[in-house]
Design a protein around this ligand. Structure first.
Ligand SMILES: *[C@@H]1O[C@H](CO)[C@@H](O)[C@H](O)[C@H]1NC(C)=O
Ligand SMILES: *[C@@H]1O[C@H](CO)[C@@H](O)[C@H](O)[C@H]1NC(C)=O
Ligand SMILES: *[C@@H]1O[C@H](CO)[C@@H](O)[C@H](O)[C@H]1NC(C)=O
Ligand SMILES: *[C@@H]1O[C@H](CO)[C@@H](O)[C@H](O)[C@H]1NC(C)=O
Length: 378
C-alpha cells in the first residue's frame, strides 16, 4: 500500500518535472526580435525595454578592428555592453541577447577583407566568441551589408561554416549551451537592386546559422525621388521588389522556413508630391518629404499625422500604410499593416519577425499588437 502510494507520488512528480522541463527548455514558438541602437541609449536605456514583447534583443552594433579583425573594445563601450546584459538579465520575462556586428554604416569592405582568408576569419571568429562570453551575451549576429559578388558570397559561406565549428567547439569545452549564431541578410536570396548578380550561400546558411533576419524594407527611398513608394511592400503587382518575392526566394533557395525571420520597419520614408491631388503609391514626386534624408521614425510619423491632421490610408494591395498632407507624403507601417504582415508570415510558416529598431515605436503600440498577432503556444 505505502509502496504503491509513494510510487504514485513518484509518478506525479516525474510527470510534473517532465512537463516543467519541457516548458522551460522549449524554444519560443516565434522569434520576436528587435535591434537596440546603442546610440539611442539615452532615449531608451536597456532597463526600459519592455521584455514581455520580445524574445531576442540585438545590441547594435559593434565592429572589429579593420586591421586585426579582432574586437578592441574601449572602456565606454565595455561599460555599455555590461550595462546592457546586466540590465536585461534583471528583467522578467527574460530575453536572449545577441551582439550584432556590422550594420549599414560599416559598409561592405571591412567584412569582405576579413572573410577573404582563413587567418583573418579565425581572428574575427575567436575574438567574437570571447567577446560574447566576456559580457554574458547569448549569441552573435553578423550584419554584413552586403557581400558584393559571387566570390564574397562564397567567403561568407566559409565564414559561417568555420564560425559554427568554433561556436560548437567552445560550447563543448566550456560545457555551456552554444552561442546563437544569426545573420541579418538582404530581403531576397538571389536578387539585388544594384543588379549585380549574386546569390547567398543558402546551404551554408541553413547548416550553420540558427536563423536569418531578412531585411524586408528600404525597397524605395531617397535614392529615387521621382515617385512615392511602399518601402516595405509585402506585395508588388509590378515588380519583384516585395517581401513576398524576397521571403519566397529564401524558401526556394532551401533555407528552412523556421530559420527565416521577417524584418519589419518601425520608420517611414517620405516624398514631396508633384501634385497634392495625385497622392497614391507610385504618384509622381519631386523630392524628399519631411524628416532627415526623407526618414521619419514611427513615433515621428504619428506626431506628424496628428499635428497636421494628415489623411491616413491603408493600402491592401501592398499591405502598407501611407499618409499625406498637401505635398508631404509618408510611406510606413502602422499597427494594421504590421499585423497583416505578421499573419502573412505565419501563413508562410516562417520562424518569426524582428524590428528595426527599438525606440522608434510609439510607446510600444506596434510591438504590443505584433506580439499579440503571433501568440506563443500555437
Ligand atoms: C582602418 O581605418 C583607419 C581609420 O578610419 C584608416 O586610417 C585605415 O586606413 C584603415 N585601414 C585599412 C586597412 O583599411
Ligand atoms: C546602467 O546604466 C544606467 C545609466 O547610467 C544606470 O542608471 C543603471 O544603474 C545601470 N544598470 C546596471 C545594471 O548596471
Ligand atoms: C521576378 O523574378 C522571376 C524569377 O524569380 C522572373 O522570372 C520574373 O521575370 C521577375 N519579374 C519581374 C517583374 O522582374
Ligand atoms: C503608453 O502606454 C501605456 C499602456 O498602454 C499607457 O498607460 C500610457 O498612458 C501611454 N503613454 C503615453 C505617453 O501615451
Amino acid at each position: 500500500m505505502s509502496t504503491n502510494f509513494s510510487c504514485f507520488l513518484c509518478l506525479l512528480l516525474a510527470i510534473f518535472s517532465f512537463t516543467a522541463a519541457a516548458r522551460t527548455n522549449a524554444a519560443p514558438v516565434a522569434v520576436k526580435g528587435a535591434y537596440w541602437p546603442s546610440w539611442f541609449a539615452d532615449t531608451l536605456p536597456p532597463s526600459a525595454i519592455e521584455t514581455s514583447l520580445f524574445t531576442h534583443i540585438y545590441f547594435a552594433f559593434l565592429s572589429p578592428s579593420n586591421e586585426t579583425y579582432k574586437f578592441e573594445v574601449s572602456g565606454s563601450t565595455a561599460a555599455l555592453l555590461s550595462n546592457f546584459t546586466m540590465s536585461l538579465s534583471l528583467k522578467r520575462p527574460r530575453v536572449k541577447t545577441l551582439i550584432s556586428i556590422g550594420g549599414g554604416g560599416d559598409g561592405p569592405d571591412l567584412y569582405s577583407r576579413m572573410a577573404s582568408s582563413s587567418s583573418t576569419r579565425k581572428a574575427f571568429i575567436d575574438s567574437s566568441i570571447a567577446l560574447a562570453r566576456k559580457f554574458g551575451f547569448d549569441g552573435l549576429d553578423l550584419d554584413w551589408e552586403f557581400p558584393q559578388n559571387p566570390g564574397q558570397m562564397e567567403d561568407f559561406g566559409l565564414l559561417l561554416k568555420e564560425w559554427r565549428a568554433a561556436v560548437n567547439h567552445e560550447a563543448r569545452a566550456a560545457r555551456r549551451p552554444p552561442l546563437l549564431l544569426t545573420a541579418a541578410v538582404y530581403f531576397a536570396a538571389d536578387f539585388f537592386l544594384d543588379e549585380v548578380h549574386r546569390a547567398y550561400p543558402a546551404r551554408q546558411i541553413s547548416e550553420n546559422l540558427d536563423w536569418i533576419n531578412a531585411m524586408c524594407y528600404d525597397y524605395h527611398g531617397s535614392w529615387d525621388t521621382s515617385a512615392t513608394g511602399a518601402q516595405a511592400a509585402f506585395f508588388d503587382p509590378n515588380s519583384n521588389i516585395s517581401s513576398s518575392y524576397g521571403l519566397g526566394s529564401w524558401i526556394r533557395a532551401g533555407v528552412p522556413r523556421k530559420k527565416i525571420i521577417m524584418g519589419l520597419p518601425l520608420y517611414g520614408r517620405t516624398w514631396e508630391l508633384k501634385d497634392p491631388n495625385i497622392n497614391g503609391i507610385g504618384a509622381a514626386a519631386v523630392g524628399l518629404g519631411p524628416g532627415d534624408e526623407g526618414v521619419l521614425l514611427y513615433h515621428q510619423v504619428v506626431a506628424f499625422n496628428k499635428q497636421n491632421g494628415a489623411e491616413v490610408v491603408y493600402d491592401k494591395t501592398t499591405v502598407s500604410t501611407y499618409s499625406y498632407l498637401g505635398k508631404s507624403w509618408i510611406g510606413y507601417d502602422d499597427v494594421t499593416s504590421t499585423t497583416a504582415k505578421i499573419k502573412l508570415a505565419q501563413s508562410l510558416r516562417l520562424g518569426g519577425y524582428f524590428f528595426w529598431a527599438l525606440s522608434y515605436d510609439n510607446n510600444w503600440t506596434i510591438s504590443t499588437q505584433a506580439s499579440k498577432a503571433w501568440p506563443y503556444g500555437r
